[in-house]
Design a binder for this molecule. Structure first.
Ligand SMILES: Nc1ncnc2c1ncn2[C@@H]1O[C@H](COP(=O)(O)OP(=O)(O)OP(=O)(O)O)[C@@H](O)[C@H]1O
Length: 262
């Protein structure tokens, strides 16, 4: 798997609080605390954790949809606060579950959106859309002119991944991009993702609550628990961790395997 010692994204002592009003008194809630993480160029780091553990917040901090309360998030050695936000986001593809394709744009227009904002010429955009549709396993002649409501959930998610890749960003953030899919399509997309990653060598931050998905796709896995990164390592390192949250996830895996034997 392509990987280097160069850091693409770094969290340095990052904390993130949410401030709300409760009974007219300021009320702060800690969402992330003291987070340190270096993500290397070309690796696929999977953030694994239960619902509400702070995974999506980490992605939002990378593309400056959220701003750290303390500490700093660096992309290519520059704080997200110092980046021109538009330039930063153009370097970062973002694929999310229920991708939010624009309903009045067809597939081709959805995928070509960022390239057209970047003022690519039309023939180049068309060629790119066709290339990407082929890459994610959708026949361009069949799908390019369809609208999102004319696609299945799995097809929409493929289009979402193609859209995230459109302008060839070096960093990809993927937030449960294969969630809510039937297990066969899910496995097919996971395999396709592995194939793509071998071809493209992007820096990927992939969020999931599925330990099997984390093991399949992650170069390293970061286990989140209540806003803290409690384990960071390879599949084998996670399997050996004695942290109670790691044991809880591994117990799910074991239970699933036991169930298979019945
Ligand atoms: N804008 C917000 N206002 C209030 N609370 C928020 C906001 N965004 C996130 N949170 C809270 O922050 C915590 C972390 O949320 P986050 O979306 O990062 O978790 P997650 O691990 O991605 O969860 P899931 O797997 O369910 O998507 C949750 O308790 C959530 O309720």
């Amino acid at each position: 798997m392509p990987q280097s010692s160069e850091i693409a994204v770094e969290f340095r002592d990052v904390g993130f609080d949410i401030v709300g009003e409760a009974s007219a008194r300021e009320h702060r809630r800690k969402i992330l605390a003291g987070l340190n993480l270096s993500i290397y160029k070309g690796e696929t780091i999977v953030l694994l954790g239960r619902s509400g553990s702070g995974k999506t917040t980490m992605l939002r901090l990378i593309n400056h949809l959220a701003i750290p309360t303390t500490g700093v998030v660096l992309v290519n050695d520059r704080s997200t606060a110092d980046w021109d936000t538009i330039k930063l986001r153009r370097r970062i593809g973002y694929a999310i579950q229920d991708i939010g394709l624009f309903p009045h744009f067809n597939v081709s227009e959805n995928i070509g959106l960022v390239p057209s904002l970047e003022q690519w010429q039309t023939p180049r955009i068309e060629a790119r859309v066709y290339e990407l549709l082929n890459l994610v396993g959708l026949e361009p002649e069949v799908f390019a002119r369809r609208y999102p409501h004319q696609l299945s959930g799995g097809q929409r998610q493929r289009v979402g991944v193609a859209r995230a890749l459109a302008a060839d960003p070096p960093i990809l953030l993927m937030d449960e991009p294969f969630g809510a899919l039937d297990p066969i399509t899910r496995l097919e997309l996971q395999r396709q993702f592995q194939y793509l990653q071998r071809q493209l060598g992007k820096t990927v931050v992939f969020v999931t609550h599925d330990i099997q998905e984390a093991f399949l796709l992650g170069t390293r896995i970061g286990l989140m628990y209540e806003g803290n990164l409690v384990v960071l390592g390879t599949k084998d390192e996670l399997l050996q961790s004695q942290h109670p949250e790691a044991r809880a996830f591994i117990a799910c895996l074991n239970a699933w395997e036991q169930g298979n034997k019945i």
